[in-house]
Design a protein around this ligand. Structure first.
Ligand code: PLP
Length: 421
């Protein structure tokens, strides 16, 4: 039996309706930008496996470091113990985060990093004797699949069974360069009527909303408003962090810095699951007390796992390297060239780009769309390119180590796909 067949017996895959999509592809190898399946077919990983392995699969700079750490110290309780990988990582990460970030709290994945951001925002006010119980979020946001994260995400048809148990959230539109007056008016009204604890948002790019991008100036105005009203700002940089937008963090594009930043995905260079929620000294200080109960009583068994910390430290060193910096520039420039080539295509409605993130919306009627997404996906895979269209949007977010010829193959395959529509 093939792996693909054996998979069906016991495995339940994420985000999958197995009755409608019974087939999986069994992968046996990943190296740089190439994935190989059990039949020997290869695929260019043009979305860096959900924006995680940005320095390429099985990057030996990262795997060698982790292999060495594995012989030294594998896993310990991070409550009462500490270790060098966590300490070194904290120094390296603080040095690239926006300057107001000063403390790091560990967890295991993007959703939990958001949960912690939400808990920090709510307890910040609670510890100061103020009851604020409402959160603010953007329309079309996505922050993960645990309860707090689902609550601040925009309502999805898939969340129906759980909605009755969500936190209370008020939503505002994303700034498009023209609507920030209107958004500020909505905010003025909201703060009169509600006690808003925190604002959870994806800065500049909403990944799951098909790489929807918004205006930095408008976002800055919203952040300023939140600061003025002691609303704790929680930037979900799980997707945008670590160079994707052309800067270390998307928050670097705004003058006003968030109080809290959520990180995961590329944090560990795609090698191991880990997340960090960072915060300013002011947030931390609201928990620092002689009163035990003012502490943040949240913890995961694998918090600050030494191997994951080692992978993250190696990833940050790569991010800071001249080679990766230049690659980010090169990929951005190539995307601009591709954009010139494709933006007037009759089947393309619109395009957008920031840093290494490129997206195009297909110009097709949604009624006609139906299973077209699956057909396009299959076309890409049959042609050796792993791209995962989101609705009628095709996006590229390849590892920083993708070569020019691999990138050209991705562009060419997208152009060919337009011909089958
Ligand atoms: C992926 C993602 C999450 C959730 O992270 P998981 O590790 O999948 O739980 C949260 N926020 C954003 C912006 C994401 O892209």
């Amino acid at each position: 039996m093939t792996l693909k067949e054996r998979d069906k017996k016991h495995l339940w895959h994420p985000l999958t309706q197995h009755k409608l999509h019974p087939d999986t592809i069994a992968l046996v190898k990943g190296k740089d930008c190439t994935l190989t399946d059990e039949d020997g077919n290869t695929y260019i990983d043009a979305i860096a496996s959900w924006y995680t392995c940005m320095y390429g699969h099985c990057n030996s700079f990262v795997t060698d470091r982790v292999a060495a750490q594995m012989q030294q110290l594998d896993q310990v309780v991070f409550s009462g113990f500490t270790h060098e990988p966590a300490i070194k990582l904290s120094e390296a990460l603080i040095s690239i985060l926006p300057e107001n970030q000063n403390k790091l709290f560990f967890s295991d994945n993007g959703s939990t990093s958001v949960e912690i951001g939400i808990k920090m925002a709510l307890q910040y006010h609670f510890n100061r004797g103020e009851k604020r119980n409402i959160l603010l979020a953007f329309e079309d946001g996505f922050h993960g699949d645990t309860f707090g994260a689902m609550s601040v995400s925009s309502l999805s048809v898939y969340n129906g069974p759980f909605e009755d148990y969500f936190l209370e959230v008020k939503r505002i539109p994303t700034p498009n360069g023209e609507n920030h007056k209107a958004i500020l008016n909505i905010l003025e009204k909201l703060v009169l009527e509600h006690d808003i604890a925190g604002f959870v948002y994806e800065p500049l790019v909403q990944g799951a909303a098909a790489m929807k991008m918004h205006n930095a100036e408008g976002l800055d105005q919203i952040l300023k408003f939140c600061k003025a009203h002691q609303i704790i700002t929680v930037a979900d940089e799980v997707m945008t962090g670590f160079g994707k937008t052309g800067k270390n963090f998307a928050s670097d594009y705004m003058d006003t810095k968030p109080d809290i930043i959520c990180m995961s995905k590329a944090l560990t260079a795609g090698l191991l699951p880990m997340a960090i929620t960072s915060c300013s000294q002011a947030v931390y200080d609201a928990f620092y007390s002689d009163d035990m109960s003012k502490g943040l009583f949240h913890g995961h068994t694998y918090s600050a796992n030494p191997l994951a910390c080692t992978a993250a430290l190696a990833g940050i060193e790569l991010l800071k390297s001249e080679t990766i910096r230049q690659n980010i520039q090169r990929i951005s420039a190539s995307h601009q060239g591709f954009n010139e080539r494709i933006k007037e295509h009759p089947k393309v409605k619109s395009t957008r780009q920031i840093g290494v993130i490129f997206a195009l919306d297909l110009n097709i009627e949604m009624e006609r769309y139906g299973n077209l997404r699956d057909r396009i996906f299959k076309f890409f895979m049959d042609n050796g390119v792993f791209l995962r269209p989101l609705g009628s949007t095709i996006y590229i977010q390849a590892p920083y180590v993708i070569t020019e010829s691999e990138l050209e193959k991705v562009y060419q395959t997208i152009e060919n796909a337009l011909e089958i529509l």
